[in-house]
Design a protein around this ligand. Structure first.
Ligand SMILES: NC(=O)c1ccc[n+]([C@@H]2O[C@H](COP(=O)([O-])OP(=O)(O)OC[C@H]3O[C@@H](n4cnc5c(N)ncnc54)[C@H](O)[C@@H]3O)[C@@H](O)[C@H]2O)c1
Length: 323
């Protein structure tokens, strides 16, 4: 099978590429390296077993002709390319909205043209500022005003979901939406606000771990290889098309407790420093206090249950940063 991964030089995309290459498939990647790196896929490009099976295009998904050629070539498409990370969105508000909305529009249009199956990577951010847990796919959505640009990421991903579902309903496109919760593992960078790589990096340098707010906000963390497995299983299951699925972890932990755990596991001399949100992001920044997925729906369809707990994930991330 030939698989196209947009954003394939990114964190999740590179693991997805690896999983398909390992299974003997051909992988096509398109990535503009805005937040991804060639370093992420070097290990794949250097692997002789994958010779003539990995094809990398450095370009933007907004290049219609390139996308036309690639989607025309492959059998299935995983659309992961997006402007990601709160820091990146706040620094590049207009470009981010364009990539997330126009990019997905192009992908869906061409998948329809060539009748290719497609998975759209959405985000738990879509739920907005709920306080309850767990979050169910059918929950209402609560955002702040449009003057607060942090919500533009959530709103653009929500619009991607609407477009995907509309293609399914009106034209029968085989499209599935994966709402990813915090996904972690090796190759993730802390540069755009992702919490685990940022804290691990600080701990290994014996610098203060910077926790935003009072650290009482909670998250669950899912190992990237568990997420990749779930994405592949969704693509392989025809009953998934036209549906939205949470993909996320189970152990809820506050960021304060996470920071303490990282200090302990790295044997660091670091202290923990609490930084007001407005110093890190912008005045009146609104965070999601809890972000815990209900995973009953995906469990029911493909038997998904995360296999890798937080300690195992942290161990691997710490080792990868040491290297
Ligand atoms: N990591 C998470 O916790 C998480 C959570 C929710 C949703 N997601 C979604 O998963 C997907 C992958 O995220 P990730 O964590 O691997 O981030 P990432 O930044 O590592 O990957 C995104 C990739 O897309 C590429 N890209 C961005 N704009 C592009 C463009 N115009 N043309 C071509 N390539 C472009 C980037 O260079 C990068 O390689 C994204 O759609 C993201 O919204 C991730």
């Amino acid at each position: 099978m030939r698989v196209l991964i947009t954003g394939g030089a990114g964190f999740i995309g590179s693991h997805l590429a690896e999983a398909y290459l390992k299974e003997g498939h051909d992988v096509y990647i398109i990535d503009d390296l805005s937040t991804g790196t060639l370093e992420n896929i070097k290990i794949l490009q250097d692997n002789a077993d994958y010779d003539n099976r990995l094809f990398v295009t450095i370009d933007t998904i907004l290049n219609h002709n390139k996308l036309l050629e690639l989607i025309g070539t492959v059998d299935v498409v995983f659309h992961l390319a997006a402007a990601v990370g709160v820091r990146y969105i706040l620094d590049n508000p207009l470009e981010s909205i364009k990539i997330n909305i126009q990019g997905t529009d192009k992908i869906l249009e061409l998948c329809m043209k060539f009748k290719k199956k497609v998975l759209i990577a959405s985000s738990s951010e879509v739920y907005g500022k709920h306080l309850h847990a767990p979050l169910v796919e059918t929950d209402n959505i609560i955002y702040g005003p449009s003057s607060k640009f942090r919500w533009s990421y959530a709103a653009s991903k929500l619009m991607d979901e609407f477009m995907a579902l509309a293609y399914f309903r009106t034209k029968g496109l085989q499209v599935v939406v994966a709402r990813l919760f915090n996904t972690v593992g090796p190759r993730q960078t802390g540069a755009y606000g992702m919490v685990i790589p940022r804290l691990v990096n600080q701990a290994l340098k014996n610098e203060a771990l910077t926790v935003h707010g009072d650290g009482g906000q909670t998250r669950t963390f899912t190992y990237v290889k568990d997420v990749v497995k779930a994405m592949i299983a969704l693509m392989d299951n025809d009953s998934a098309f036209g549906e939205v699925f949470n993909i996320g972890g189970v152990g809820e932990i506050s960021i304060r407790d996470l920071a303490e755990k990282i200090v302990k596991m790295t044997g660091s001399r670091s202290t923990i420093s609490f930084i007001p949100y407005e110093e890190v992001f912008e005045k009146d920044f609104e965070d999601m206090q809890r972000r815990v997925p209900c995973i009953e729906k995906i469990k029911g369809l493909i038997g998904f249950s995360p296999q890798t707990d937080l300690d195992m994930i942290l161990k691997e991330v710490i080792e990868s940063f040491k290297k």
